[in-house]
Design a protein around this ligand. Sequence first.
Ligand code: GN1
Ligand code: MG
Length: 385
Amino acid sequence: MDQSGAGAVLPRPEGQLASIAQRFALPGTLQAIEPLGQGNVNDTWLVTVDPEVEGPRRLVLQRINGRVFSRPQLVMANLQRLTSHLERPGIMGAAVGRWEMPRLLGVCGEPQPWLELEGDLWRMQTYIEGSRTLETIENLQQAREVGRALGTFHALIQALPAEELADTLEGFHVTPGYLRGFERALRTTTVPLTPQVQHGIAFIRDRESFMPVLEDARQAGKLCLRPIHGDPKVNNILFDADSESAIALIDLDTVKPGLIHYDIGDCLRSGCNRQGEETEDWRTVRFDLQLCEAILEGYITAARPFLTAADYDHIPDAIRLLCLELGLRFLSDHLAGDLYFRISRPRHNLQRALVQFRLTESVETQLGEIRAIVERLRRSAGCHG
Ligand code: GN1
Ligand code: MG
């Protein structure tokens, strides 16, 4: 989910969507409902009300995708656990400057802040006013802020025990599991094995032995499970509308136990691709080292207190792996008939996969430089080991 993409206000809403919205404790009369953002998994709408009492004018309504999140109640339980953690005294002190969290709205006559209708789970959250999203990073200051936002989020949730969060999406970012899914999809696929698909298959085959790199480090006790965001791509980071400061991380459905390297890798694969992951011009995609350095610098300013020497050691591989992993996930979904990621045209997931594979290659050719950047930042953060 992201907060961009709000279009013109529609006529006063009616129908099923409006009656669902009205079951929430809206602070006024419903005025408009319009699609919001470009999420690949959940459905999101911006709801506008005419406030009768003091309260928010704009809200975000979402239907959680039950095919992806088989137990969406656990997603909501994690969100509530996260909120109660952040409300504990002293926790928000880890955030410098303006920092916001969306708040859940109650449902009229229900004890819990969500609705279950015909197998779908619906929820409503406050829209963070005075904010904007970026589809791609435009300058180094924004890059530092993207990193600082992720570091701040990690710092805020470090003291939340990972075992108090449910595993809402088993196998999420566990790359060897995605490789097994790819093999299954390949055995049963009915899509044509065009030269582009074959290129993707060969690309995966050449890198199979690299895929367990983070899970091996976890099993060896070098990295451990911590609470993570799970999806810190650039358009899930809100910026202040009037400055270059990041003020929130949204799309909290994948907050759950994981490796912080999933987040670091995912944030860099998204942030360092200046063309964005939806570009059709996949051949010219590259991984931008300057943005990489600025994002990591921003991340480390906020994350330095809890980063270990082993954490630094695994950052370069995490960057390479998360690009490769998303390419693998997109290609598998293309082979499986586009069941997971929403598409807007034929071969959309194939094209997305080719973008990520090109990005992976660009990371691979610059791994020496990436290692040098991490090493320099580690030394200036005073971490030896
Ligand atoms: C999905 O739905 P969205 O766009 O927030 C996916 C992420 C991917 C991302 C790629 C639960 O996120 O893992 O990185 O697409 N979310 C899930 O754009 O699988
Ligand atoms: Mg998401």
